[in-house]
Design a protein around this ligand. Structure first.
Ligand code: NAD
Ligand code: UDP
Length: 317
């Protein structure tokens, strides 16, 4: 394993930067590529002096010719606010980006892992979501660029597997949070923590009774690394996420409690097509990888609050 060359697309983003750190620590030579749309050079600043790490500005919608043994394909904005800024580009990242990375895997004879998403299940009729559920996705709504883009990416991965015999792995990632989310990222955990720490109202969309299941980034990286290490017959898709379900209003109350903030909750309209319930069935991940999350929401939120507290105090100086 050691000395193998690994490519991480979107490696300067939130999950990608934690993954790069983990892979360098494991002894891999890591090439991180990113167009810095939602990623930051600062996220990988600690790796820049390491001889096993290299950072390249590159857009995955363009072909890439390099030698590599493994590809982790993460490039794609994940926050609804960010991926809806340029929806056509979001579809391109998922479709053209996947084709380019799959072609690279084919040329280089590399194993390739796709970070798919729970959004392939849309607003699910099945609960908790199992991998054999085909989903309930609006093909023409504001979330479709991401949801359908990711669904098409899965199609491409399985067609390259069937047609060209590529070694593929597909992870369906559920809501993940932790240090290095951008303060203005737009996702709920970072929004609520930043608002609570600033004493601003927490922007709660809808009545807050919709649910999500939040996975700490360290657990997610562990699951992704373990999936990449499975034998060739293990393609997935495999759900990776924390099955502990929580309403968004409870998340808001917990964050107010853990930060000691006196912020109020400001109820706003629910965005179109916002899924009502989401929670992963992770039996397959448990069976195939022996993986399950180890970090409770309380511990993960404490680590995230400490991170944003430091960040906000250093930027306000
Ligand atoms: P992120 O937005 O922090 O990271 C995405 C990275 O991809 C950023 O560094 C961004 O600059 C880069 N990128 C975007 N377009 C690119 C392009 N055309 N070329 C090169 N780089 C590009 O998001 P994240 O939360 O770290 O998510 C990483 C991956 O995991 C994404 O593919 C996302 O869809 C998937 N995922 C994340 C979650 C989650 O809750 N965090 C849930 C499901 C799936
Ligand atoms: N949400 C919210 N306030 C915010 C951001 C998000 O109430 O400031 C809600 C959002 O409507 C959704 C849930 O929190 O019901 C999770 O949203 P996020 O954007 O984090 O992820 P996703 O909808 O993609 O799961």
């Amino acid at each position: 394993m050691k000395d193998e060359r690994v490519l991480v697309t979107g490696g300067a983003g939130f999950i990608g930067s934690h993954l790069c750190e983990r892979l360098v620590a494991d002894g891999y030579e890591v090439l991180c590529i990113d167009n810095f749309f939602t990623g930051r050079r600062g996220n990988v600043a600690g790796l820049l002096t390491d001889p096993r790490f290299e950072l390249l500005r590159h857009d995955v919608t363009l072909p890439l010719h390099i030698e590599t043994d493994r590809i982790f394909n993460l490039a794609c904005p994940a926050s609804p606010i960010q991926y809806q800024l340029d929806p056509v580009q979001t579809t391109k990242v998922n479709v053209l980006g996947s084709i380019n990375m799959l072609d690279l895997a084919k040329r280089a004879n590399a194993r390739i892992l796709q970070t798919s998403t729970s959004e392939v299940y849309g607003d699910p009729d099945v609960h908790p979501q199992t991998e054999d559920y085909w989903g309930n996705v609006n093909p023409i709504g504001p979330r479709s660029c991401y949801d359908e883009g990711k669904r098409c990416a899965e199609t491409l991965f399985f067609d390259y597997w069937r047609q060209h015999g590529l070694e593929i792995k597909v992870a369906r990632i559920f809501n993940t949070y932790g240090p290095r989310m951008l303060p203005n990222d737009g996702r709920v955990v970072s929004n609520f923590i930043v608002q609570a720490l600033r004493g601003e109202p927490l922007t709660l969309y809808g009545d807050g009774e919709q649910t999500r299941s939040f996975c700490y980034v360290g657990d997610m990286v562990e699951g992704i690394v373990q999936l990449m290490d499975t034998s060739a017959d293990c393609t997935g898709p495999i759900n990776l996420g924390n099955p502990t379900e929580c309403t968004i209003v409870d998340l808001a109350r917990n964050i107010l409690d853990f930060t000691g903030s006196r912020s109020k909750i400001d109820f706003r309209p629910l965005p179109i097509d916002d899924p009502r319930r989401r929670s992963p069935d992770i039996n397959l991940a448990h069976q195939k990888l022996g993986w399950e999350p180890a970090t409770s929401l309380r511990d993960g939120l404490a680590l995230s609050i400490a991170y944003f507290d430091d960040l906000l105090s250093s930027t306000s100086e």
